[in-house]
Design a protein around this ligand. Structure first.
Ligand code: PA5
Length: 374
């Protein structure tokens, strides 16, 4: 179970009201997802993962934002073993990065998992075109199409239409789940299963959290709300495990896109200690006092645990509110719980702030401008 080192007074009635609002929201489908997994789709995901592992040395995962960060976070944190390695593409428009990924795949056998809920996002579309060309050159059209796995909307979008026309294996991003809340759908489950993550255990952890994470999530959201009202406008997520760097990236996206709107929101930042004690640590200890720190305390070795303690004390003495979130285990179950806990806490926080956790008008604005310029 998630453990906190703080216990603010909570308004249970108000929290229950917000939970009801989230449950009723057309984009609140992730709330009970771990308990309502579509078993047919889950079995298909596992079969596809096995097929990819048997046929490919690489799986090229193409996607950006919520269509990529969640599964990368878990794969990098757990470093699972698999016969198919994951390569990420389509998460920037850098030609250099794309060429590097294409070269890395080289002559190896590979498959593609292209992930885009809208099916129209430019970054993944550009990378998909290039990798599809490479796949067709290597395997011919029919062989190539059999190696493409498209995770997208059930009914609409350019990717959906192409997938239907070409007969790609298709997985669905449910209508009622937005990108950054989608890691426990096929968006995250297929790449994670290919990489060797035990997705049964991950979902078990998340499913337990549907009950056990409610209280800590309400407390954490309440604490953030209190700090926000006292002008602590920046939250630094701190982890002492370097492999969780992408989990921090997922958190920044989750909170940044969910809360940062209508000129409101707490700015999320992140550090990996002790590495960053030798860079941002100076600012955190001694710089402007507008930030609070949220330590994600993974079970760790004795020496590292001592640094956790030292940082908790030193930063508190430096005038920083230090919140600690204790993670029960560094494995699939633990991360399943953690994902659900943060999704729930984030949605509650945004609601407490008075913004819609499930839209991202700012992202849409940039997409529209870029399309105009192109
Ligand atoms: O969380 C979100 O909704 C966004 O970060 C999207 O995931 C991101 O913009 C990618 O969108 P799409 O999956 O439609 O390509």
């Amino acid at each position: 179970m998630i453990k906190l080192n703080f216990s603010p007074e909570i308004d249970e009635k108000a929290a229950a009201g917000l939970l009801r609002e989230i449950a009723k929201d057309p984009m609140g489908g992730w709330l009970n997802l771990p308990k309502n997994i579509d078993m047919g789709e889950f079995v298909r995901i596992k079969e596809a993962a096995k097929e990819i592992q048997d046929s490919s040395e690489y799986l090229v995962c193409i996607g950006i934002g919520g269509s990529y960060l969640g599964h990368r976070a878990i794969i990098e944190a757990l470093r699972p073993h698999s016969d198919a390695k994951i390569i990420y593409a389509g998460n920037s428009l850098s030609r250099r990065e794309l060429d590097y990924a294409l070269e890395k795949v080289g002559d190896h056998d590979f498959s593609i998992n292209v992930i885009s809920k809208s099916g129209t996002t430019l970054e993944p579309a550009v990378a998909f075109n290039e990798f599809k060309k490479k796949l067709i050159e290597k395997y011919g059209e029919e062989g190539a199409y059999a190696r493409i796995y498209a995770t997208t909307d059930a009914k609409k979008g350019a990717l959906h239409d192409e997938a239907v026309a070409c007969g790609y294996t298709r997985f669905v991003v449910p209508d009622n789940i937005g990108g950054r809340y989608s890691v426990l759908t096929a968006v995250g489950l297929l790449p994670m299963a290919v990489a060797g993550v035990d997705i049964d255990k991950l979902l078990e952890g998340a499913s337990d959290a549907v009950t056990t994470a409610v209280e800590p999530a309400v407390k954490y959201a309440t604490m953030r709300h209190t700090l926000d009202s006292k002008h602590y406008d920046t939250e630094v997520f701190a982890s002492f495990e370097p492999a969780t760097m992408y989990f921090n990236e997922w958190l920044k996206q989750l909170f940044g896109e969910s809360e940062g709107k209508d000129k409101r929101g707490i700015l999320p930042d992140s550090v990996i200690y002790s590495t960053d004690l030798h860079s941002l640590g100076q600012y955190i200890q001694d710089g402007r006092r507008n930030l609070f720190e949220t330590i994600i305390d993974y079970p760790t070795d004795e020496m590292n645990a001592k640094v956790v303690k030292a940082v908790q004390i030193a930063h508190a003495e430096g005038g920083i509110p230090v919140l600690t979130i204790g993670v029960p285990s560094y494995d699939e179950r633990g991360f399943g719980e953690l994902i659900y806990f943060f999704e729930l806490a984030c949605a509650l926080s945004a609601k407490m702030m008075g913004v819609n956790p499930f839209d991202q008008p700012g992202v849409e604005a940039y997409k529209a401008k870029l399309n105009e310029l192109l």
